[in-house]
Design a protein around this ligand. Sequence first.
Ligand code: GDD
Length: 308
Amino acid sequence: MKALITGISGFVGQYLEQLLTLHSIPVIGTTRIKRKEKNWLPLDLLSEEQIVLLLKMVNPSHIFHLAGISNVKYSWSGRKDVMEANTIATINLLEAVKKVNKRIRVITIGSSEEYGRVVKSKVSENEPLNPISPYGISKAAVSMLSQLYYMADNLNVIHVRPFNHIGPGQRLGFVTSDFANQIALINTAVLQSQKINIGNLDAIRDFTDVRDIAAAYYDIAVCGNAGEIYNVCSGKGTKIEEVLEIFLSFSKIPIEINKDKSKLRPSEIPVMIGNNEKLISKSNWKPKIALEKSLHDIYQYWLSKYLL
Ligand code: GDD
Protein backbone atom coordinates (compact mmCIF):
# COMPACT_ATOMS: atom_id res chain seq x y z
CA MET A 1 0.00 0.00 0.00
CA LYS A 2 1.08 3.58 -0.68
CA ALA A 3 -1.32 5.90 1.10
CA LEU A 4 -2.46 9.42 0.37
CA ILE A 5 -4.37 11.09 3.21
CA THR A 6 -6.24 14.28 2.35
CA GLY A 7 -6.65 16.52 5.40
CA ILE A 8 -3.74 14.79 7.16
CA SER A 9 -3.34 17.62 9.69
CA GLY A 10 -6.88 17.11 11.00
CA PHE A 11 -7.95 15.18 14.09
CA VAL A 12 -8.23 11.70 12.50
CA GLY A 13 -5.50 12.35 9.92
CA GLN A 14 -2.71 12.50 12.46
CA TYR A 15 -3.79 9.25 14.15
CA LEU A 16 -4.16 7.50 10.79
CA GLU A 17 -0.72 8.64 9.69
CA GLN A 18 0.79 7.21 12.91
CA LEU A 19 -1.01 3.89 12.43
CA LEU A 20 -0.04 3.47 8.76
CA THR A 21 3.56 4.40 9.57
CA LEU A 22 3.56 1.71 12.28
CA HIS A 23 2.56 -0.75 9.54
CA SER A 24 5.55 0.55 7.48
CA ILE A 25 3.21 2.01 4.86
CA PRO A 26 4.54 5.07 3.03
CA VAL A 27 2.24 8.05 3.65
CA ILE A 28 1.85 11.32 1.80
CA GLY A 29 -0.66 13.82 3.14
CA THR A 30 -2.34 16.93 1.85
CA THR A 31 -3.17 20.11 3.73
CA ARG A 32 -4.78 23.37 2.62
CA ILE A 33 -1.69 25.41 3.35
CA LYS A 34 1.99 24.54 3.15
CA ARG A 35 3.38 22.93 6.33
CA LYS A 36 6.89 22.09 7.45
CA GLU A 37 6.40 18.27 7.41
CA LYS A 38 8.19 16.86 4.35
CA ASN A 39 5.47 14.35 3.48
CA TRP A 40 2.62 16.91 3.78
CA LEU A 41 1.88 18.68 0.50
CA PRO A 42 -0.37 21.70 -0.01
CA LEU A 43 -3.48 20.98 -2.10
CA ASP A 44 -6.61 22.92 -2.96
CA LEU A 45 -9.31 20.27 -3.33
CA LEU A 46 -11.48 22.80 -5.14
CA SER A 47 -9.04 22.57 -8.06
CA GLU A 48 -9.41 19.33 -10.00
CA GLU A 49 -6.35 20.29 -12.02
CA GLN A 50 -4.18 20.45 -8.87
CA ILE A 51 -5.47 17.05 -7.72
CA VAL A 52 -4.68 15.46 -11.09
CA LEU A 53 -1.09 16.77 -10.94
CA LEU A 54 -0.66 15.59 -7.35
CA LEU A 55 -2.00 12.09 -8.09
CA LYS A 56 0.37 11.75 -11.05
CA MET A 57 3.27 12.80 -8.85
CA VAL A 58 2.42 10.71 -5.75
CA ASN A 59 0.94 7.65 -7.49
CA PRO A 60 -0.90 6.29 -4.41
CA SER A 61 -2.56 2.88 -4.26
CA HIS A 62 -5.05 4.08 -1.61
CA ILE A 63 -6.58 7.47 -0.80
CA PHE A 64 -8.12 8.18 2.59
CA HIS A 65 -10.21 11.25 1.85
CA LEU A 66 -10.44 12.81 5.33
CA ALA A 67 -10.40 16.48 4.30
CA GLY A 68 -13.58 18.42 4.92
CA ILE A 69 -15.59 20.34 7.49
CA SER A 70 -16.74 18.12 10.36
CA ASN A 71 -18.46 20.58 12.69
CA VAL A 72 -22.23 20.02 12.59
CA LYS A 73 -23.08 23.22 14.50
CA TYR A 74 -20.95 25.35 12.15
CA SER A 75 -22.71 23.85 9.12
CA TRP A 76 -25.87 25.83 10.00
CA SER A 77 -24.11 29.17 9.47
CA GLY A 78 -21.63 27.93 6.85
CA ARG A 79 -23.90 25.98 4.50
CA LYS A 80 -22.07 26.90 1.30
CA ASP A 81 -18.64 26.28 2.86
CA VAL A 82 -19.70 22.83 3.99
CA MET A 83 -21.06 21.85 0.57
CA GLU A 84 -17.83 23.02 -1.06
CA ALA A 85 -15.43 21.46 1.44
CA ASN A 86 -17.29 18.15 1.71
CA THR A 87 -19.24 17.59 -1.50
CA ILE A 88 -17.57 19.58 -4.30
CA ALA A 89 -14.10 18.61 -3.05
CA THR A 90 -15.13 14.92 -3.23
CA ILE A 91 -16.44 15.27 -6.80
CA ASN A 92 -13.13 16.88 -7.78
CA LEU A 93 -11.16 14.08 -6.16
CA LEU A 94 -13.24 11.31 -7.78
CA GLU A 95 -13.05 13.03 -11.19
CA ALA A 96 -9.27 13.28 -10.82
CA VAL A 97 -8.99 9.60 -9.83
CA LYS A 98 -11.13 8.68 -12.85
CA LYS A 99 -8.69 10.54 -15.11
CA VAL A 100 -5.44 9.37 -13.53
CA ASN A 101 -5.93 5.79 -12.36
CA LYS A 102 -9.25 4.03 -11.72
CA ARG A 103 -7.56 1.29 -9.71
CA ILE A 104 -6.74 3.61 -6.80
CA ARG A 105 -8.85 2.57 -3.82
CA VAL A 106 -10.62 5.63 -2.43
CA ILE A 107 -12.09 5.66 1.08
CA THR A 108 -14.67 8.45 1.31
CA ILE A 109 -15.68 9.60 4.78
CA GLY A 110 -19.35 10.15 5.52
CA SER A 111 -21.13 10.36 8.84
CA SER A 112 -23.97 8.94 10.89
CA GLU A 113 -25.49 12.41 10.33
CA GLU A 114 -26.45 11.09 6.86
CA TYR A 115 -29.15 8.93 8.48
CA GLY A 116 -30.74 11.90 10.24
CA ARG A 117 -33.87 11.27 12.25
CA VAL A 118 -34.29 7.51 12.62
CA VAL A 119 -36.66 5.38 14.65
CA LYS A 120 -34.59 2.17 14.71
CA SER A 121 -32.57 1.51 17.85
CA LYS A 122 -29.41 0.53 15.94
CA VAL A 123 -28.97 1.94 12.47
CA SER A 124 -27.60 -0.30 9.70
CA GLU A 125 -26.02 0.78 6.43
CA ASN A 126 -29.19 0.13 4.41
CA GLU A 127 -31.29 2.56 6.47
CA PRO A 128 -32.79 5.26 4.15
CA LEU A 129 -30.96 8.60 4.39
CA ASN A 130 -32.91 11.44 5.94
CA PRO A 131 -30.35 14.09 7.00
CA ILE A 132 -31.57 17.04 9.05
CA SER A 133 -28.47 19.28 9.13
CA PRO A 134 -26.55 20.99 6.30
CA TYR A 135 -23.55 18.86 7.33
CA GLY A 136 -25.63 15.66 7.10
CA ILE A 137 -26.84 16.68 3.63
CA SER A 138 -23.27 17.33 2.45
CA LYS A 139 -22.18 13.88 3.67
CA ALA A 140 -25.26 12.12 2.25
CA ALA A 141 -24.27 13.62 -1.10
CA VAL A 142 -20.72 12.26 -0.66
CA SER A 143 -22.20 8.84 0.05
CA MET A 144 -24.37 8.94 -3.09
CA LEU A 145 -21.46 10.20 -5.19
CA SER A 146 -19.24 7.36 -4.04
CA GLN A 147 -21.95 4.88 -5.13
CA LEU A 148 -22.41 6.70 -8.43
CA TYR A 149 -18.70 6.65 -9.31
CA TYR A 150 -18.57 2.97 -8.38
CA MET A 151 -21.60 2.06 -10.53
CA ALA A 152 -21.17 4.40 -13.48
CA ASP A 153 -17.38 4.66 -13.71
CA ASN A 154 -16.19 1.48 -12.06
CA LEU A 155 -14.13 3.38 -9.49
CA ASN A 156 -12.72 1.44 -6.54
CA VAL A 157 -14.56 3.47 -3.89
CA ILE A 158 -15.63 2.49 -0.37
CA HIS A 159 -17.73 4.82 1.75
CA VAL A 160 -17.52 4.79 5.55
CA ARG A 161 -20.00 6.25 8.01
CA PRO A 162 -18.27 6.98 11.29
CA PHE A 163 -20.45 7.83 14.27
CA ASN A 164 -19.17 10.29 16.91
CA HIS A 165 -15.43 9.96 17.35
CA ILE A 166 -13.53 11.47 20.21
CA GLY A 167 -10.04 11.60 21.66
CA PRO A 168 -7.10 13.75 22.69
CA GLY A 169 -6.37 16.43 20.09
CA GLN A 170 -9.93 16.98 18.87
CA ARG A 171 -10.65 20.66 18.35
CA LEU A 172 -13.08 22.73 20.39
CA GLY A 173 -16.60 22.77 18.96
CA PHE A 174 -17.17 19.06 19.68
CA VAL A 175 -18.87 18.05 22.89
CA THR A 176 -16.11 16.14 24.74
CA SER A 177 -13.45 18.77 23.97
CA ASP A 178 -15.83 21.58 24.93
CA PHE A 179 -16.63 19.99 28.31
CA ALA A 180 -13.08 18.80 29.14
CA ASN A 181 -11.49 22.12 28.16
CA GLN A 182 -13.72 24.17 30.45
CA ILE A 183 -13.25 21.80 33.41
CA ALA A 184 -9.47 21.80 32.86
CA LEU A 185 -9.44 25.63 32.75
CA ILE A 186 -11.13 25.71 36.15
CA ASN A 187 -8.93 23.01 37.70
CA THR A 188 -5.73 24.74 36.62
CA ALA A 189 -7.04 28.08 37.92
CA VAL A 190 -6.70 29.64 34.45
CA LEU A 191 -10.40 30.46 34.79
CA GLN A 192 -11.56 32.01 38.07
CA SER A 193 -15.25 31.21 37.51
CA GLN A 194 -16.50 27.73 38.46
CA LYS A 195 -19.22 27.68 35.83
CA ILE A 196 -19.20 25.79 32.55
CA ASN A 197 -21.44 26.36 29.53
CA ILE A 198 -23.19 23.37 28.07
CA GLY A 199 -25.72 22.71 25.29
CA ASN A 200 -28.27 19.91 24.84
CA LEU A 201 -27.71 17.14 27.43
CA ASP A 202 -30.59 14.93 26.28
CA ALA A 203 -29.13 13.67 23.01
CA ILE A 204 -27.84 10.10 22.87
CA ARG A 205 -24.74 9.41 20.78
CA ASP A 206 -22.57 6.41 19.87
CA PHE A 207 -18.96 7.29 20.78
CA THR A 208 -15.81 5.59 19.49
CA ASP A 209 -12.22 6.54 20.31
CA VAL A 210 -10.32 8.11 17.41
CA ARG A 211 -7.60 5.43 17.73
CA ASP A 212 -10.25 2.76 17.05
CA ILE A 213 -11.65 4.85 14.18
CA ALA A 214 -8.21 5.06 12.51
CA ALA A 215 -7.83 1.27 12.89
CA ALA A 216 -11.24 0.76 11.27
CA TYR A 217 -10.33 2.94 8.26
CA TYR A 218 -7.17 0.90 7.75
CA ASP A 219 -9.03 -2.43 8.02
CA ILE A 220 -11.72 -1.21 5.62
CA ALA A 221 -9.05 -0.13 3.12
CA VAL A 222 -7.51 -3.60 3.30
CA CYS A 223 -10.56 -5.89 3.65
CA GLY A 224 -13.54 -3.85 2.43
CA ASN A 225 -15.37 -4.42 -0.85
CA ALA A 226 -15.54 -1.72 -3.51
CA GLY A 227 -18.96 -0.07 -3.77
CA GLU A 228 -19.84 -0.94 -0.17
CA ILE A 229 -20.68 1.28 2.80
CA TYR A 230 -19.50 0.49 6.32
CA ASN A 231 -20.68 1.99 9.61
CA VAL A 232 -17.88 2.61 12.11
CA CYS A 233 -19.30 2.74 15.62
CA SER A 234 -19.40 1.07 19.02
CA GLY A 235 -23.05 0.02 18.90
CA LYS A 236 -23.63 1.60 22.35
CA GLY A 237 -25.57 4.75 23.12
CA THR A 238 -24.55 7.24 25.82
CA LYS A 239 -26.54 10.27 26.91
CA ILE A 240 -24.56 13.53 26.73
CA GLU A 241 -25.57 14.13 30.36
CA GLU A 242 -23.67 10.95 31.31
CA VAL A 243 -20.57 12.18 29.44
CA LEU A 244 -20.77 15.41 31.46
CA GLU A 245 -21.13 13.48 34.73
CA ILE A 246 -17.98 11.43 33.98
CA PHE A 247 -16.00 14.60 33.23
CA LEU A 248 -17.33 16.27 36.39
CA SER A 249 -16.14 13.26 38.42
CA PHE A 250 -12.55 14.09 37.29
CA SER A 251 -12.80 17.62 38.69
CA LYS A 252 -11.27 18.44 42.07
CA ILE A 253 -13.37 21.60 42.27
CA PRO A 254 -17.20 21.68 42.43
CA ILE A 255 -18.57 22.95 39.13
CA GLU A 256 -21.77 24.80 38.27
CA ILE A 257 -23.61 24.17 35.02
CA ASN A 258 -24.88 26.97 32.81
CA LYS A 259 -27.29 26.05 30.01
CA ASP A 260 -26.10 28.13 27.07
CA LYS A 261 -28.79 28.67 24.41
CA SER A 262 -26.18 29.65 21.82
CA LYS A 263 -24.95 26.04 21.89
CA LEU A 264 -28.30 24.70 20.67
CA ARG A 265 -28.93 23.91 16.97
CA PRO A 266 -32.04 24.59 14.86
CA SER A 267 -32.64 20.83 14.69
CA GLU A 268 -30.73 17.80 15.83
CA ILE A 269 -30.93 14.03 15.93
CA PRO A 270 -32.17 12.93 19.39
CA VAL A 271 -30.79 9.37 19.33
CA MET A 272 -28.07 7.99 17.06
CA ILE A 273 -26.71 4.50 17.71
CA GLY A 274 -25.13 2.38 15.01
CA ASN A 275 -25.01 -1.25 14.03
CA ASN A 276 -21.39 -2.28 13.42
CA GLU A 277 -21.99 -5.95 12.46
CA LYS A 278 -21.14 -5.49 8.78
CA LEU A 279 -17.64 -4.21 9.53
CA ILE A 280 -17.03 -6.74 12.31
CA SER A 281 -18.01 -9.65 10.07
CA LYS A 282 -15.76 -8.37 7.26
CA SER A 283 -12.61 -7.68 9.27
CA ASN A 284 -10.95 -8.27 12.62
CA TRP A 285 -11.96 -4.80 13.78
CA LYS A 286 -13.74 -4.14 17.02
CA PRO A 287 -13.65 -1.08 19.25
CA LYS A 288 -11.04 -1.62 21.97
CA ILE A 289 -10.95 1.62 23.96
CA ALA A 290 -13.69 2.09 26.57
CA LEU A 291 -15.55 5.41 26.76
CA GLU A 292 -14.22 6.12 30.27
CA LYS A 293 -10.63 5.77 29.06
CA SER A 294 -11.26 8.08 26.10
CA LEU A 295 -12.80 10.70 28.40
CA HIS A 296 -9.94 10.35 30.88
CA ASP A 297 -7.35 10.80 28.09
CA ILE A 298 -9.22 13.80 26.69
CA TYR A 299 -9.32 15.45 30.10
CA GLN A 300 -5.58 14.80 30.63
CA TYR A 301 -4.89 16.31 27.18
CA TRP A 302 -6.64 19.56 28.10
CA LEU A 303 -5.12 19.64 31.61
CA SER A 304 -1.63 19.26 30.16
CA LYS A 305 -2.22 22.25 27.86
CA TYR A 306 -2.75 24.52 30.86
CA LEU A 307 -0.27 22.95 33.29
CA LEU A 308 2.74 23.78 31.09
N1 GDD B 1 -20.23 20.61 20.37
C1 GDD B 1 -20.96 20.62 21.50
N2 GDD B 1 -20.61 21.48 22.53
N3 GDD B 1 -22.02 19.81 21.60
C2 GDD B 1 -22.73 19.83 22.75
C3 GDD B 1 -22.41 20.68 23.82
C4 GDD B 1 -21.29 21.55 23.70
O1 GDD B 1 -20.94 22.31 24.61
N4 GDD B 1 -23.33 20.46 24.82
C5 GDD B 1 -24.15 19.52 24.38
N5 GDD B 1 -23.82 19.13 23.12
C6 GDD B 1 -24.50 18.08 22.33
C7 GDD B 1 -24.83 18.46 20.90
O2 GDD B 1 -26.01 19.25 20.83
C8 GDD B 1 -25.00 17.06 20.29
O3 GDD B 1 -26.27 16.55 20.63
C9 GDD B 1 -23.98 16.21 21.03
O4 GDD B 1 -23.61 16.98 22.20
C10 GDD B 1 -22.74 15.90 20.23
O5 GDD B 1 -22.28 17.10 19.62
P1 GDD B 1 -20.91 17.18 18.80
O6 GDD B 1 -19.78 16.70 19.61
O7 GDD B 1 -20.81 18.57 18.25
O8 GDD B 1 -21.11 16.08 17.66
P2 GDD B 1 -22.25 15.83 16.56
O9 GDD B 1 -23.05 14.64 17.04
O10 GDD B 1 -23.01 17.04 16.25
O11 GDD B 1 -21.38 15.42 15.29
C11 GDD B 1 -20.21 14.62 15.44
O12 GDD B 1 -20.46 13.30 15.12
C12 GDD B 1 -20.73 13.05 13.74
C13 GDD B 1 -20.98 11.56 13.59
O13 GDD B 1 -22.11 11.24 14.31
C14 GDD B 1 -19.11 15.21 14.57
O14 GDD B 1 -17.88 14.61 14.96
C15 GDD B 1 -19.33 14.96 13.11
O15 GDD B 1 -18.20 15.36 12.35
C16 GDD B 1 -19.56 13.48 12.91
O16 GDD B 1 -19.79 13.20 11.54
